[in-house]
Ligand binder design. Structure first.
Ligand SMILES: N[C@@H](CCC[C@H](N)C(=O)O)C(=O)O
Length: 286
C-alpha cells in the first residue's frame, strides 16, 4: 500500500487527520511498519498538517467505534475532547443518506465516552474528573479544595497551579490577564515539569465572570493549539471547585467556545461544541 486515504476535521481550530481503519489494515500497518510516521503526516509544510492523528477502529465490545489518538509529535494520548467530536462528526457524515444515529458509544484509552449528535451540535459525556494524584498522574502532594495544587515558580512566573485528570493530565493556572504571558516560553517548561511524570497539558486561564472563562492552551505533544476539549473540562472543574464559576460555563478558547456543564463529583462532565470537515485527500507514502 502506497497511499493513505484521510479526512481532515477541526473542533474549534484543534485539527486532526482522521484515518478510518475499520475496513482496512492501515492501523496494523502503522503499528508494524515505520513508513507511516505521525510527525510527517502532521507536518504543516511537508505533510497534511494537524495537531494530531485519529485512527477509527472497530470497537472491542458492543460499542459504535474505537478512537486512537496521537499528538503531532508522535506520542499517544489517552483521550481528546475536540478529537472525539471530530470523530463523531466524521461518523455522522459517513452514515449520511443511509441511516442516522443520535448516540455514539466510543471506546477510548480513557474509557467509553457517549456522544449525543443533534443537528451538528455534539455533547460528549467526558467522564468524572480525576483528582487522585497517582491517577492524574502528578507528584504534587498538597491539595486545595480537593484539587492537587502547589506554587510553581519558573522564568519570573510565580502562580498557584492546579492538577486535574481527564484520562490525560492537565495543569491549570488562573491569571489576571492571560494576554500578558509568553505561551511559547512557559508552555514547554510546564509541559515537562518534574511534578508530571508523563508530562502535562497546560492551561493559562482568566475568569471573566462566573459564566465565562478565557483560556490559552499549551498541549502536551502538540504545543500551542487553538483549543483543548479535555482541557476546557479540567479548567471548569478547577474553577468550580475553587468557587470561581457556576456549574455551567462557556470556555472561550482562541479557536472558539465550548460549553462545559458539571457540578457534582459523582456526575460526568458534559462538553458541548461542534466539529467541521475541512478536506479529504490521499497522502502519498514514499
Ligand atoms: N486536544 C485534545 C487533547 C489531545 C491530547 C493531549 N495533547 C494529551 O497529550 O493529553 C483535546 O481536545 O482534549
Amino acid at each position: 500500500m502506497n497511499n493513505i486515504i484521510f479526512e481532515k476535521y477541526h473542533g474549534n481550530g484543534n485539527d486532526f487527520i482522521i484515518i478510518d481503519s475499520r475496513n482496512s489494515n492501515i492501523y496494523k500497518k502503522f503499528l508494524s511498519d515505520k513508513k507511516i510516521d505521525i510527525k510527517n503526516l502532521c507536518d504543516r509544510q511537508f505533510g497534511i498538517g494537524g495537531d494530531g492523528v485519529i485512527f477509527i477502529l472497530e470497537p472491542d465490545r458492543n460499542n459504535y467505534a474505537k478512537m486512537i489518538i496521537y499528538n503531532s509529535d508522535g506520542s499517544e494520548a489517552q483521550m481528546c475532547g475536540n478529537g472525539i467530536r471530530c470523530l463523531v462528526q466524521y461518523l455522522h457524515n459517513f452514515n449520511k443518506g443511509s441511516y442516522s444515529v443520535s448516540e455514539y458509544r466510543i471506546e477510548t484509552k480513557a474509557g467509553i465516552k457517549i456522544a449525543q449528535y443533534n443537528n451538528g451540535e455534539i455533547t460528549v459525556k467526558m467522564g468524572k474528573p480525576i483528582l487522585e494524584t497517582k491517577s492524574i498522574p502528578t507528584k504534587i502532594d498538597t491539595k486545595i479544595n480537593s484539587i492537587p495544587s502547589c506554587l510553581f515558580k519558573e522564568k519570573n512566573f510565580e502562580q498557584q497551579g492546579y492538577a486535574v485528570g481527564m484520562g490525560n493530565p492537565h495543569l491549570i493556572f488562573f491569571l489576571q490577564d492571560i494576554t500578558k504571558i509568553s505561551l511559547s516560553l512557559l508552555g514547554p517548561v510546564f509541559e515537562k515539569h518534574e511534578l508530571f511524570p508523563e508530562k502535562t497539558n497546560v492551561h493559562f486561564s482568566q475568569i471573566i465572570n462566573r459564566d465565562n472563562i478565557n483560556v490559552r492552551v499549551w498541549e502536551r505533544g502538540a504545543g500551542a493549539t487553538l483549543a483543548c476539549g479535555t482541557g476546557a473540562c479540567a479548567v471548569h472543574v478547577a474553577a468550580y471547585k475553587l468557587g470561581l464559576c457556576n456549574s455551567k460555563t462557556v470556555i472561550n478558547l482562541p479557536g472558539g467556545n465550548l460549553i462545559i456543564n458539571w457540578s457534582r463529583s459523582e456526575d460526568e462532565i458534559l462538553m458541548t461544541g461542534n466539529a467541521k470537515k475541512v478536506f479529504s485527500g490521499t497522502y502519498i507514502l514514499k
